[in-house]
Design a protein around this ligand. Structure first.
Ligand code: 13P
Length: 345
């Protein structure tokens, strides 16, 4: 593997106090993780998810990426989310993480870039033509890099439903590695969200299917052939949709399609070794929430205090996060990140 150079972002800046919790740039995390392990990128919307996420990453000693979607920013209010994260930083002083805008449009990207709070933004113009996608992404990259923020952009189209984005199976298409290299060259994006066979939501596959590893290696090899440095690949739609969670939710009154099926957890690490450096997980966390709350209120029909199930959820979500970090290979990588940050000072 050639010399790894992650974006033209300015070195230094935010997050250099090495004994305290830190929001760092996503580029700094990518530098440590690339080709070795993947960073879990977890969506949060509320206090319970925030607490569970920080606790789970503490337990597993893992660096991580917090993802805030447009939907989360309007559900909880962007200032509330920022305040929760800054407070969590104080409560979990050993944590190291980046804050990322998930599936932004131009307006939300600029808002996050200008806030000074976000480590990175995702501009999702994958539904546009190649040329238009390049044009929009390039505009966002220029504004973001000037502010020391890195940019994830998407090429190819994942199927499934996520918030206000819905792509049917017919329109979903895998990323073309040759096009991907052209896209990276033209836009200067720091990470590429590539369509490698997954989709958003709980209904990813009919029967268990494998990731398209040939697309991942194709992008890596085409970049090398063009004399370009490696670019981290981001896998969206990475939830595993555990069967037992679906069955337990249905046994407690849910009506999820029992054929729901997700990504094989044992494919996270092989993908990471090939350059998939950020793995997005949202649906699985929602399943934990739904199972805990459905079971609790089924078993305690006289109850209306939401704190007892909330407590159970925070504990279960922390365990879930720690277990995913083991599969991603990010567990026990906190020291490697600390050392890398110290060396860069
Ligand atoms: P899942 O729906 O598989 O959790 O994917 C989430 C995601 O990709 C967020 O961007």
């Amino acid at each position: 593997m050639g010399e790894t150079h992650f974006s033209g972002l300015p070195q230094g800046g935010r997050g250099r106090i090495l004994h305290a919790a830190m929001i760092v740039t996503t580029a700094e995390l990518y530098k440590v993780a690339y080709g070795k392990f993947a960073l879990g990128a977890y969506n949060i919307n509320n206090l319970e998810q925030t607490n569970g996420l920080f606790e789970g990453c503490k337990q597993s000693e893992a660096p991580f990426i917090i993802q805030l979607s447009k939907g989360a920013r309007s559900y909880a209010h962007k200032q509330m989310l920022e305040a929760m994260i800054r407070t969590a930083e104080e409560i979990w002083p050993d944590s190291i993480f980046a804050v990322h805008l998930d599936h932004g449009d131009e307006a939300s990207c600029y808002d996050c870039i200008e806030s000074g709070f976000y480590s990175s933004v995702m501009i999702d113009a994958s539904h546009e033509s190649f040329e238009k996608n390049v044009e929009i992404t390039k505009r966002v990259v220029d504004r973001a890099h000037a502010a020391g923020v890195s940019v994830e952009a998407e090429l190819g189209m994942l199927g499934g439903v996520e918030e206000d984005i819905s792509v049917d199976e017919h329109h979903a298409c895998l990323t073309d590695p040759v096009e991907a290299v052209e896209f990276i060259k033209l836009t200067g994006c720091d990470a590429l969200a590539a369509a490698i066979g997954t989709s958003h939501g709980a209904y990813k596959f009919k029967g268990q299917q494998s990731l398209h590893f040939e697309v991942i290696t194709g992008i890596r090899d085409q970049l090398a052939a063009a004399g370009l440095p490696p670019t981290p690949i981001v896998m969206h739609g990475s939830s595993s949709v555990p069967k037992d969670e679906v069955l337990r939710i249905n046994a407690a009154g849910g009506k999820l399609d029992p054929s729901a099926c997700g990504v094989n957890l044992d494919e996270y690490l092989p993908a990471a070794k090939l350059g998939v450096t950020k793995i997005n997980i949202d649906t699985d966390g929602r399943l934990v929430w739904t199972r805990v709350h459905r079971e609790y209120f089924r078993d305690h029909p006289e109850q209306f205090d939401f704190r007892p199930p909330g407590k159970i959820f925070m504990k279960e979500y922390a365990n879930f996060i720690a277990s995913r970090n083991e599969k991603l290979g990010s567990a026990r990588q906190l020291n490697a990140v600390r050392e890398s940050l110290a060396a860069a000072v």
